[in-house]
Design a protein around this ligand. Sequence first.
Ligand SMILES: [Mn+2]
Length: 318
Amino acid sequence: MIKYFNNNNRLVISHIEDIDGMGSIILANIFWDKQVDYVACTIPEVAIILKEVWQNYEEIYICDLPLDNEAISLIGNNVKIQEKIKHFDHHASELDNAKKYSFINEVVNLNNKQTSGTELFYNYLLSLDANNKINQDYFKEFVEATRSADVWDLKSSLIDLGRSLGTLHSILGPEAYISIFSNNEIKEHFYIDKMYLSIINSADKDKENYVDSCLDKVLITKYQNYNIGVSLSENYRSFVGNSIASKYKDLIDFALIINLQKMKCSLRGIKDDIDLGKVAQSFAQNGGGHKKAAGFYINDECIDIIEKFVVEYIRSKK
Ligand SMILES: [Mn+2]
């Protein structure tokens, strides 16, 4: 978790995981001239941080984070917290909860495209933007690059820029990423400073090699009625997962990446008729996500099935 507390009356709580979580913090920093506190955290940490600090703020924005049971009961049982909270999330697996609770705001599609946390928060800021401060191409491009990389929208012309942002985020980490783009000079178009382009390039080469080595080691097996491709790997989960799903599309329904470092699994697929958010919840209640990209944490509910895949994986590679 990263916390920046400086006695401001607004707090942004956003997802630490990727550039979509970073996007809302960066936009808030620029929009309110850094007069905003922020926390970048994981899903279970939302309730913990809210409990600690909600009284210190007038407005709290929760971005790119679904609300888990703890967060729902904390907010649901306290009208004062409810009044302070604005929620911006896009996880399809949470739509049922959004129907039940008025403080949950889940939007999956906007203008016939999958939206993202950053885009939803940006649209909210635009609605406040009397001075047109962020109503500029620079920000629209930043938001679109972030969105397209987050939802894997291959049709977007800015997805390569978004992927470069993702690479930079994974090299430098969230704090540096937030700092760089909160302080980037605003120009006509969004850009990544030249000094970062060569590190992004060499990191992209490493990524390609890593993904290739994962593709060579995939285990093809079964989960319920699905054929799946299992990878035991720790980096670039979206690239690894989508590469497996595309390469083995005739053999498997989706890819399962088991990350024993983070004790987390990711599901990636390219087929329209399978909802991986639901599949993730069939592994563990903590699971969720989108139709083609989802995940869950390894816990007692799913440890047996994950153990079986790990053993099968090791045996098949001997
Ligand atoms: Mn997102």
